[in-house]
Design a protein around this ligand. Structure first.
Ligand SMILES: [Zn+2]
Length: 427
């Protein structure tokens, strides 16, 4: 057996301190601390926690068309520093990713700017120009390299079109990700509908705008016996419907985001546009249902729904500001606050951010058993950092936790044996 070409020393792995030996892009072995090897590159992990590289199955990287908000280069740089080994990038670009030409352009931008990762997997549009009128050329998108299909951002109101999308996507072996929102109930909403939206005089979005559409998708998936993946679930009613479906072996999977596990509608008080997101932040009862759902696997994975916007777009009245939170820089630290509070375990985070997304989207395994691709991160759980525009690598500085201190720093990100991010502290 060839020797290692890189050893990462002194890392915390399964309650032990070990050295990780890498060779040929793979994990060779976990060795006792300080075991001698032939000459090779060394990195001192300084006791940081070894975790599998994260997968974010829902990001908006804005290129082509909205490069002033984010581009593929800056988005992948934020992903690298945030601990991600791969991202799935949504199709609501300009032009929309509804053709092989746009898919190939995105893949080329990723390969040019981040040849060793994090990997970008494009998500193709379900309908042409996301208009919900006719299907996009799904086979062409699959052939060009899309890993999933979605109309994210513009929900498909036409249930017959959505049914045909599920059927074609299944023939192509691609998951369908659905943004669940009744467009009429949700129209013009700036926040959750309830007492607070009334007090603030803002149009609210009822939870039923989401859950009606969740129910539709579940009933279609059950009738057709086909899989569907539900995006960014935000409320208890949706969780209860998904639990109902899973108990009947309906092939439904679902995601939520750190912001729905941490924050409530109270965040929009003072007309804080940074907390405007779609679906909106809900009530504490919804947050509690979501926490239980991710613990129990009713909700399968965490995603950021990374939605970068420019400052001038958020510095507007609530009803004019675009919805969205920039999430790649803060996702792991925000998730870690849930571990610190005993709401999730570190093993839950590995399942929610790495193992389950790899299964759902058929991506290479990141289980970190010897022989597996060496895709892992070192996470320094003792460190804290302040969320400032300068500290964020994304062009989008739009997060309601600006100015907050968050726990944990990514010190090293290795994708398939290549270091794609390294903090000075472990060099
Ligand atoms: Zn969405």
């Amino acid at each position: 057996m060839a020797g290692p070409d890189l050893i990462v020393r002194n890392v915390s792995w399964q309650d032990d301190m070990v050295d990780v030996w890498l060779g040929g892009g793979r994990i060779l072995r976990f060795a006792p601390l300080g075991e001698k090897a032939e000459e090779c590159a060394l990195i001192d992990g300084r006791g940081a926690l070894l975790l599998p590289g994260l997968i974010d199955a829902h990001v908006h990287l804005r290129e082509p068309g909205f490069e002033y908000k984010e581009d593929i280069a800056s988005g992948l740089t934020a992903a690298a520093g945030g601990g991600f080994r791969a991202v799935l990038a949504m199709a609501n670009t300009k032009p929309v990713n509804d053709s092989a030409a746009v898919t190939r352009f995105m893949l080329e931008q990723a390969a040019d700017t981040h040849p060793f990762g994090p990997r970008l997997y494009p998500v193709g549009a379900l309908s042409k120009n996301l208009a919900g009128q006719e299907l996009a050329p799904l086979a062409e998108l699959a052939e060009a390299g899309c890993k999933a299909l979605s109309n994210d951002g513009v929900p498909v109101a036409n249930a017959d079109l959505f049914r045909r999308a599920l059927e074609y996507a299944s023939d192509l072996g691609l998951p369908v990700i659905d943004h669940c929102e009744d467009p009429h109930l949700a129209a013009g909403a700036s926040m959750n509908e309830g007492r607070l939206s009334g007090l603030m005089g803002l149009k609210g979005q009822p939870v039923a705008a989401e859950s009606l559409h969740v129910a539709r998708d579940i009933l279609l998936a059950q009738y057709l016996n086909l899989p569907v993946h539900l995006a960014h679930i935000s409320c208890r009613q949706s969780v209860e419907l998904i639990a109902w479906a899973k108990a009947r072996d309906v092939r439904v999977t679902a995601e939520t985001c750190p912001h729905y596990l941490l924050w409530t509608e109270e965040m929009v008080k003072g007309f804080n546009t940074l907390a405007k997101v779609n679906p909106p932040l809900r009530r504490m009862d919804d947050v509690e249902a979501l926490r239980q759902a991710v613990r129990e696997g009713i909700i399968d994975i965490l995603v950021t729904d990374h939605a970068p916007h420019a400052d001038h777009e958020k510095e507007t009245p609530m009803d004019e500001a675009p919805g969205g939170i920039s999430g790649l820089d803060t996702a792991l630290s925000l998730s870690w606050t849930l571990v610190q509070r005993g709401i999730l375990s570190a093993e839950d985070l590995c399942r929610l951010w790495a193992h389950r997304p790899a299964e759902i989207f058929a991506l290479p395994s990141g289980n970190l058993t010897p022989g597996d691709p060496a895709s892992f991160i070192l996470f320094d759980t003792d460190a804290t950092w302040t969320v400032t525009p300068q500290a964020m690598r994304s062009k989008g500085k739009n997060t309601p936790c600006l100015g907050q201190d968050l726990p944990g720093r990514v010190r090293l990100n290795v994708v398939d044996g290549h270091v794609v991010f390294q903090d000075a502290i472990v060099s």
